[in-house]
Design a protein around this ligand. Sequence first.
Ligand SMILES: [Zn+2]
Length: 287
Amino acid sequence: MNGTKISEFTDYRGTSAQITKFLESTALYVKLKLELPSVFETVRPEVLELRCPTCKADRPFRGEARIHPFTSDPNAIPYRNTSVSGVRHLRFACTGCEHEGYEYWVLVNYQEETWIQKVGQLPIWIPTISKEMESELGEDAELYKKALRNMNEGYGIGACAYLRRLIEKHINPLLQLLHDTKAEHGAKPEELRAIQEAIAAKDFTSKTRFAAEVTPASLIVEGHNPFQEIHERLSVGLHTLDEETANCYAQEIKEALEYIIRNLRKTHDERKAYAARIKEIRKLPVK
Ligand SMILES: [Zn+2]
């Protein structure tokens, strides 16, 4: 029994919120180090926001009521659960349809340091991405989900590879547009061929030859092309870093990448529309 921990621990609400987020969005076997009260059941989340396959929406899922930490009833806190490491089974039911449910098996560790880890989940854990990102990426959403899944399970090298693939795929439509515009303006065949080769190339280096020409100005930060810088770091992550450091790189890059991909698509659509408009204008006689 660790008496000092009980008296020191005060942030029940904050810890419960941390565990809520952890259950909702973290994959299996990821450790969350956190301060825990002696009785885990006093910080067990009562409600999780989860996707319900029947309601087809995010819904509150209700679990068992947590034990009040300051209860005077000695029977409310089961002795066997006090500061004991082991697997807790948590169950949550959809408040919408009252049909669907989620179950978690969480290993709670009290030895030396306190941490929790999911060791089982039903239904299976799948990374969720925002609706906006999902429609933005289309079929590439799968690549992005795989990157997140790798990240969450600590496979940083894999995550870097998936993110890099994503960035490579999204530069190609812009290269194609550059090619078409140049072709219309009578560019030299060798110049056009170079762009075509860059589109077909598997390596990003040949694509970066044109990165400056296709990168929207809105993405340039202090004269640096973030597109290229991010790609370089993902490559380092993929080829030389250990899993853990690569994972830190991927986590950092992920959000910038969401912004970049949205911007590239927008730029592509705008430039395409602009090119079409110019074509129409050219049809108007000048005299
Ligand atoms: Zn439901």
